[in-house]
Write a protein that binds this ligand. Structure first.
Ligand code: 5RP
Length: 220
């Protein structure tokens, strides 16, 4: 799959305007994109990053990282996804960066999503849906999600079986066993639960363009 990810990432470079400040997401596909950004002959001015991990990669590639408050609206955001449906609605947050990803997607005129073919689905939900929660609300949010969806929220753990802590100091619940027939309604309903910071459903702000790497490469 890494070849397909690389091909999608390299295609996305064609959408990047030299001299601009762009939004950059998180994950292994985006790591290929940052690598390609670093090799661009006409450099970008800089990037707004969705995670500490991507900020580190960007700086290592010689790209300045900007605060979104200082840049204002962005023309372009490039990020990967965990699932993508035929309407370009996404599940994101496998890398626990969903909240900043949502903020940058909202701030950007154009959102280009770069994926390998395994990410394409007809109905979202096979990939557990990530929800970032304020620590004290973890159990409350889990109970409300279970009551609402009948699907099981699981507190995400790291390799040492400690709760994963996001760059914002919060926790992640992954909702297993969903078949999301109305992504817009579910995104809105989960957002209403007190203690939810963000849900990894990108339906209200879906991708504008999806580049599916591989042979042949496809642009949706
Ligand atoms: C991070 C994300 C990533 O975009 C998503 O997990 C895809 O990652 P990868 O490109 O490694 O498959 O949403 O929060």
């Amino acid at each position: 799959m890494s070849d397909a990810k690389r091909l999608a990432a390299e295609k996305a470079i064609e959408y990047v305007e030299p001299g601009s400040i762009i939004g950059v997401g998180t994950g292994s596909t985006v790591a290929w994109f940052i690598d390609a950004l670093g090799r661009m002959e006409d450099r970008i001015k800089g990037a707004v990053s969705s995670s500490d991990q991507s900020s580190e990669l960007l700086r290592a590639a010689g790209i300045d990282v900007y605060d979104l408050n200082a840049t204002g609206p962005l023309s372009l955001y490039v990020d990967g996804a965990d699932e993508c449906d035929p309407h370009k609605r996404l599940i994101k947050g496998g890398g626990a960066a969903l909240t900043r990803e949502k903020i940058i997607a909202e701030a950007s005129a154009r959102f280009i999503c770069i994926v390998d073919p395994s990410k394409q689905v007809d109905v979202l939900g096979k990939f557990p849906l990530p929800v970032e929660v304020i620590p004290m609300a973890r159990s409350l949010v889990a109970r409300e999600i279970l009551a609402m969806t009948r699907a099981q929220p699981v507190w995400r753990q790291d390799a040492n079986e400690r709760g994963v802590v996001t760059d914002n100091g919060n926790l992640i619940l992954d909702i297993h066993g969903l078949a999301i027939t109305d992504p817009l309604a579910l995104e809105s309903a989960i957002n209403q639960i007190p203690g939810v910071v963000a849900v990894g459903l990108f339906a209200r702000r879906a991708a504008d363009v999806v580049i599916v790497g591989g042979e042949p490469l496809r642009i949706l």
